[in-house]
Design a protein around this ligand. Structure first.
Ligand SMILES: Nc1ncnc2c1ncn2[C@@H]1O[C@H](COP(=O)(O)OP(=O)(O)O)[C@@H](O)[C@H]1O
Ligand SMILES: [Mg+2]
Length: 220
């Protein structure tokens, strides 16, 4: 895998986050989808709801390729931690976590996730999470994220949090129509507006020039 990424997809409920996440999953050959709301089962070949069965599968299939979804019991932090542990051991994969807010308390995250966030890069673990409340994300996570997709967000605290993470033009997201999002890649200094299609593919609406991005930042 080339450059390892830590991406966050943000937005209010129903704005298109999970659809974008599914689109990102499509091409991955080592895919681990942590399917918090149990809505992506149709996307992969193997779906597990039990951490023991999941571990057993990887005992014989660690090398891959595999496309696996894990649907932990929402009340079980242990299952979530077990899944993160499995991904950590596997390395070299795409980890997608839908509705990560359900596993992280305000400003805090479990150690199992923190390890992947801070050190997963060295193990080739790409991570993309969907999140409703960026204001609740730990600061270390916001500063670690190199890629952002921001659908409509209205809450001022969330917009402030994104601004603090240097997402340019982020004040615009309050006006975005449903299914459109602000796309930001820090590394290449790319800022754009995209639109998610029902099949999970993305249509580019417009690129925002870096200078425009700066201008909007200063204006805000
Ligand atoms: N471009 C689109 N046009 C119409 N419906 C869409 C589009 N993109 C997604 N949807 C549908 O909108 C609903 C909400 O999208 P979803 O990705 O689940 O939002 P979120 O995860 O942010 O709550 C889903 O039923 C999805 O299939
Ligand atoms: Mg969703």
């Amino acid at each position: 895998m080339k450059s390892v990424t830590t991406a966050v997809i943000v937005g209010m409920k129903g704005t298109g986050k999970s659809t974008l996440l599914r689109g990102m999953a499509r091409k991955a050959t080592r895919l681990f989808l942590l399917d918090t709301m149990r809505e992506h089962g149709g996307e992969v070949e193997d779906v597990y709801t039990d951490a023991h069965a999941l571990s057993a599968f990887f005992q014989t299939n660690a090398r891959g390729p595999w496309r696996v979804a894990f649907q932990p019991d929402l009340r079980s932090q242990t299952q979530f931690d077990a899944a993160c542990g499995v991904v950590w051991e596997l390395g070299n994969c795409l980890l997608l976590i839908d509705e990560v807010d359900l596993w992280t308390a305000a400003g805090q995250m479990p150690d199992s996730l923190y390890q992947i966030l801070m050190l997963g890069r060295h193990r080739g673990i790409n991570m993309v999470c969907t999140c409703r409340r960026p204001a609740n994300m730990p600061l270390s996570w916001r500063s670690q994220a190199d890629t952002w997709a921001v659908f409509r967000v209205l809450c001022g605290a969330d917009i402030d949090a994104l601004e603090a993470a240097s997402v340019p033009c982020v004040r615009r997201v309050a006006e975005l129509p449903r299914f459109q999002f602000l796309w930001r890649r820090h590394e290449e200094d790319v800022t754009a507006i995209g639109e998610i299609q029902p099949d999970g593919s993305v249509r580019l609406i417009k690129r925002l020039a870096a200078t425009m991005a700066r201008a909007a930042r200063e204006e805000a």
